[in-house]
Structure formats: C-alpha cells, structure tokens
Design a protein around this ligand. Structure first.
Ligand code: C2E
Ligand code: MG
Ligand code: MG
Length: 507
C-alpha cells in the first residue's frame, strides 16, 4: 500500500512473495520492451529492404517492381470509374554518347538530373520510375481521355529541354516519349508496358517527340526489333549492298564523283532502304562495323574507277555516333590504304546535332580526318539545329543543301533565297556547295544561276548498283534531261572512248 496522489511516497516494503511477483513483472515488462524494440528494428529493416526492392538507387525513383504494383492499382481503379490510365515511356536520345565520352560519373549525374526534373514536373503522378539505362516511365491514372496524356508528354519534354550544365558543357537532353493507355489500347499491365515501348519506337521512327500507340504501325515496329536481331548476321553474311548516285559539276556538266548509299539485301524481306534500318543500326552497338563495311565497299569501287583512269570522289555517310569513336581516323586510313585510294578522293558526310558540336572528341576526330586529307561535307544542311555554330567550329570542304529546299526552287521565292544564302555562306567559308535532290530541269537551272557548284538528284541520275554508275562515268552531262539510253546514243563517241577502260573494269 501507501499509494496517494500521483506517486509512491516513502519506502515500500514488500513481502518476499510480493518482491518475487514484482521482479517477474519487471522482467516481463523489460522483455516486452526489448521485443518491441527488436520488432521495430526488424520492421524498419524490412521496410528499408522493401523500399530498396522497389526503388532505383541512383535516382531514387521507383523501379519496375514499383511500377507494376502501382499500375495494378491504377488499372483496377480505371476499370471501375471508366477513366484512362496512361503509361509514358521516355527514352533519352544521346545518353550513350554522354556515358562514352564524358564517363559514367557524368552519365550518373545526368540521369539524376533527369529524375529530379521528372518528379518536379509531375508531383502527382501515380508513379515516376526508371526502368533501367536511360529509360524512364510515368504512370498517370484517372485521365478523362487518352489525349490528356499528350499535355503531360509535352510538359515532360519541355522540362527536359533545358540543357544540363556539366563541366562547362551545355548538354541538351533530347528524348522521345511512347504512350499507351488502358483500357483504350490494352487489357493488362504487361501489354501496357509492351505497347508503350512499341509507341516509343514509333516516336523515334517518326522523329517526333511523342507518340501514341497505333495498332496499324505495330507490325513495322515488330519488324524493326527483328531486324536488330538479324543485323549481326547480316554483317557476317555480307548482306549489305551499296548503291551509287552520280554527282555532277554544274559548270562543266561532268561527273565528279558519286555518293555511296547503303541497302540491305535481306534474305526474306528483299532490298531494304536505309530508312528501314539505319536507326536500328544506330541503336545496336554495331554502328562501327556497319560503317566500316559500307566504307570498304565505297572506297573499293572508287579505287577501281581510279585504276581505270577516272579520278572521282566517293562520298560516304557517317552516323553522328561514328564521330564519337576515337578509332575512326585510324579505321578510315586503314581502308584507304587497303584499296590504295588517295585520302582526298574520300568525302565523309556528316550531319550535325546541337550536342555533338560541343564535344571535344568530335572535333578531335574530325581534325584528324582533315589532317589525313579526307574531305568533310555537311549533309542535309538547313535541317539541323545549329548548322552555323557547327560550321564555325569545324572546317568543312562541302555543304550539301537539303533536298527540301532544292525541291522548292522555281516555285518558292523563300527557298530560292535560302539556297542563294547557303551558296554564299559555303563560298565564304571556302567550301563548295552541293544541291541535293534535283528532280527537274528547272531546279537544275536555278542552282546553276545561283552559283551552286555541284548537284545530284533523280533528274541527273538515280542511285544504282556499281555497274550502272560505271556506265555513266566519264560521260559529260550537258544539263538537258533525257533518258539514259538517249544520252548514250547522242554521246556515242564519248561512250566509245570511255567504254574501253570501263569494259576493262568488268573483267
Ligand atoms: P542522304 O545522305 O541525304 O542521301 C540522299 C538521299 O536522297 C538518298 O536516299 C537518295 O536516294 C535520295 N535522293 C537522291 N536524289 C533524290 C531526288 O532527286 N529526289 C528525292 N526525293 N530523293 C533523292 P537513301 O538512299 O534512301 O538514303 C537516305 C539517307 O540514309 C541518306 O540521306 C543518309 O542520311 C542515310 N544513309 C544512306 N547510306 C548510309 C550509310 O551508309 N551510313 C549512314 N550512316 N547513313 C546512310
Ligand atoms: Mg548523304
Ligand atoms: Mg542529304
């Protein structure tokens, strides 16, 4: 006894039995407390484990498991309330270059920044996850319609468009977004993920920024995936073929060279055009072998012409990714040496992108190629982002006006002004100007009048296999369009003159 008020007063004397009871009670309390602590620790540990299991350690975003779990809930809710649930998959365009050239630490910072921006832009999304590599996913439930996802996709691309600063470099983040919606496009989560992935391919294909899944286009995407798998085999089996399109000097009408354009002689699908497979190659990790295979064929053919007394140039297209390959100059000089072709007979065509123009490795690779005597050409001029900035930094021998501008010559005053300005720009940089995609006599004449140096296009000659180009080599083109047969008849003497060396090529 003696309990009064709120506490114990004075000494408490307990009988032996009472003391034993209290001791036992105290032990029980202590054990309970200890257990509670252990349980709490265990729970925390378990929660940490569960958290780890569902999150990406680099960015702190959710991972695939979290996405799956959230999607199950969101899909169930959408099924009940009749709303749409959208999955957006975002893929960054130049991440591999960043990793390859600036190192993994830079790559990690880049991904973390992307993660921060995605979360910042969409605090209320059902899930923002990193699926691995440079692929991110956003889950949005409760949408009134599939089109509502477009607004979000546009917003995502907008927050990503601000360049990331790294070590004094401004790196632009470009990305594509694939979108699929439940229940509009799919019946479950697995399909949702798969279709959003297909839509992503479609977005990249269309060079658009975001794309909704379209069932009609799915077949072609499946084909793309199949092509990616077959590419290695194609290289091993030598299924790549090159066609040549002649290029003419606009002042004398003579053939000055040819552009080498790749085709894939696919055993089942027939002759595939670059548009069908180039982007697959660029994403495959086989771009180096691929480019070298094309280069080898083009240079071999040009060396054959040279041996027959026709000193022409051969133009070979490079992918942006080739310029990040420090081995490229060495590879190119190996091919030239193997076929005994002079370096200045090779023209490498490059297309510029914002990011590439700022990377030291690109400048170093291009500088080495120039030092070897290889000519550089800017392809599709006028369609890139920073053509002028690029030209300021990299000295080129040639600027090729994109065919979209040449197409309008004669019809559009704007295009005429653009072409005129480009010719002047090229000349002021000490480079020549080539008009691409000349399809009519009128376009040809306007190019001549604007002082353009060279031209190529269907009007002058379509790309064709090597033997077709061998037939036109040495023939001067007088600017008057007529069927090839007629040209050969009219220039019979010229044909006869060059027939001997050309015929010798065939044997
Ligand atoms: P490009 O380098 O701008 O090549 C010109 C493209 O325009 C070729 O298409 C050619 O067939 C087409 N063309 C030529 N004259 C005309 C014309 O008068 N009118 C029209 N409408 N088109 C014309 P192709 O062969 O389908 O190649 C497309 C693109 O694929 C090329 O554009 C080039 O960027 C890329 N490419 C081709 N071969 C290679 C390669 O070996 N490596 C890489 N990385 N890219 C390649
Ligand atoms: Mg080209
Ligand atoms: Mg072009």
């Amino acid at each position: 006894g003696g309990r009064r008020g709120g506490g114990w007063r004075g000494g408490v004397t307990l009988a032996r039995g009472g003391r034993q009871v209290l001791k036992t009670f105290a032990q029980a309390v202590s054990t309970t407390l200890k257990n509670a602590q252990v349980y709490a620790e265990m729970r925390e540990h378990g929660e940490a484990k569960a958290y780890e299991a569902e999150h990406d350690s680099l960015t702190g975003l959710g991972n695939r498991i979290l996405l799956h779990e959230r999607a199950d809930r969101a899909l169930a809710a959408a099924a009940v309330d009749g709303t749409q649930c959208a999955l957006l998959i975002i893929d960054l365009d130049h991440f591999k270059e960043i990793n390859d050239t600036l190192g993994h630490a830079a790559g990690d910072l880049f991904l973390q920044e992307v993660g921060r921006r995605l979360i910042g832009a969409l605090p209320h999304a059902d899930a923002v996850c990193r699926l691995g590599g440079d692929e991110f996913a956003v889950l949005l439930g409760g949408l009134p319609s599939p089109a509502s996802a477009d607004v979000v996709a546009a917003k995502l691309l907008e927050v990503l468009s601000e360049p990331v600063l790294f070590d004094g470099l401004r790196l632009s983040i470009e990305g594509s977004v694939g979108i699929a919606c439940y229940p509009q496009d799919v019946g479950d989560f697995t399909e949702l993920l798969q279709r959003a992935d297909v839509a992503l391919y479609q977005a990249k294909d269309a060079r658009g920024s975001f794309f909704h899944y379209q069932v009609e286009r799915d077949a072609s995407s499946v084909q793309r995936l199949a092509l990616a798998a077959e590419l290695r085999l194609a290289l091993a089996r030598d299924e790549l073929v090159v066609h040549f399109q002649p290029q003419y000097d606009l002042s004398g009408g003579r053939v000055v060279g040819a552009e080498c354009l790749v085709r894939w002689q696919h055993p089942q699908r027939g002759l595939l055009q670059p548009g069908d497979f180039i982007s697959v190659v660029e994403h495959s990790g086989l771009i180096r072998d691929f480019t070298l295979a094309v280069l080898d064929k083009g240079v071999a053919e040009c060396a054959t012409w040279a041996r027959a007394g026709r000193r022409l140039t051969i133009a070979v297209n490079l992918s942006a990714r080739n310029l990040l390959d420090k081995q490229l100059p060495q590879d190119v000089s190996g091919v030239l040496a193997r076929h005994g072709l002079a370096a200045d007979q090779l023209i490498l065509e490059i297309t510029e992108t914002t990011m590439m123009s700022e990377l030291d490795v690109v400048e170093s690779v291009l500088g080495q190629l120039r030092a070897m005597g290889v000519q550089l050409s800017v392809d599709d001029f006028g369609t890139g982002y920073s053509s002028l900035a690029f030209l300021q930094r990299v000295q080129v021998n040639e600027v090729k006006i994109d065919r979209s501008f040449v197409n309008g010559l004669g019809a559009s005053d704007n295009d005429r002004a653009l072409v005129r300005a480009t010719v002047q720009l090229a000349h002021s940089l000490g480079a020549r100007c080539v008009g691409e995609g000349v399809e009519t006599r009128e376009q040809y004449d306007v190019l001549v009048s604007l002082g353009c140096d060279y031209a190529q296009g269907y009007h002058l000659g379509r790309p064709g296999p090597a033997d077709a180009v061998r037939r036109v080599i040495g023939l001067s083109y007088d600017g008057i369009p007529r069927p090839r047969v007629e040209v050969e008849v009219r220039h019979l003497r010229a044909v006869a003159e060059c027939a001997a060396p050309v015929a010798a090529l065939g044997s």
